[in-house]
Design a protein around this ligand. Structure first.
Ligand SMILES: [Zn+2]
Length: 194
């Protein structure tokens, strides 16, 4: 628990006026990748030690997510949420319960490698960028402006959303991008669902 009143067992009463952004302890790296897949601006990585997590959170307004009780207890960690140390499903459920994230979920709108918003590409522009069978079978395409990976709808979408219990909760308009051209960009957890 912390000054912001956030915690896995306490919903936030006041809804966020805009999508919450996160800085995530590396120990929750799988969750961080999933948050990007769901469209949330999420920073994490080996450069973020405890002090950097707190500094970034306070300087940018990002919520600090960690499983470290001691870190959450530090007075400087003013906007922090403690989550279970393992189990992606438990972590997501706990976070969603605390923050009511549903209205902000925009799956497959952000590169899970770069944390940059994807940009739609016309079919004409996508033609030279994807394999012919993909071009013929997909109606829409997007590109990460940072790493230039290509994304297009595919079977990953339902598998990923099912994993988080989200599939039936989302309107069809959210059925956007799914498959990175570079399969290595898919988080390990996603790969295992296939
Ligand atoms: Zn990228």
């Amino acid at each position: 628990m912390n000054d912001a009143g956030l915690g896995p067992d306490r919903p936030v009463v006041k809804p966020f006026p805009e999508p919450p952004r996160f800085v995530v302890d590396l120990m929750l790296g799988s969750l961080a990748r999933w948050l990007r897949i769901l469209g949330f601006d999420t920073q994490f990585g080996p450069d973020f030690d405890d002090d950097a997590l707190i500094r970034t959170s306070n300087a940018t307004g990002r919520l600090l997510l960690t499983a470290d009780r001691g870190l959450v207890a530090r007075p400087a960690a003013r906007r922090s949420v403690q989550l279970p140390p393992s189990g992606l499903d438990r972590q997501w459920t706990s976070l969603n319960h605390a923050l009511s994230l549903g209205q902000w979920i925009r799956p497959f709108t952000r590169c899970q490698v770069c944390n940059v918003e994807l940009k739609p590409l016309t079919r004409d522009r996508a033609r030279e960028r994807v394999p012919p069978h993909v071009f013929d079978s997909s109606r829409s395409f997007a590109e990460c402006p940072a790493c230039r990976r290509m994304f297009w709808p595919g079977t990953h979408r339902d598998l990923i959303l099912n994993r988080l219990g989200l599939l039936r909760a989302l309107p069809e308009s959210h059925a956007d991008w799914d498959r990175p051209h570079d399969e290595a960009a898919i988080p390990r957890d996603a790969s295992r669902t296939i």
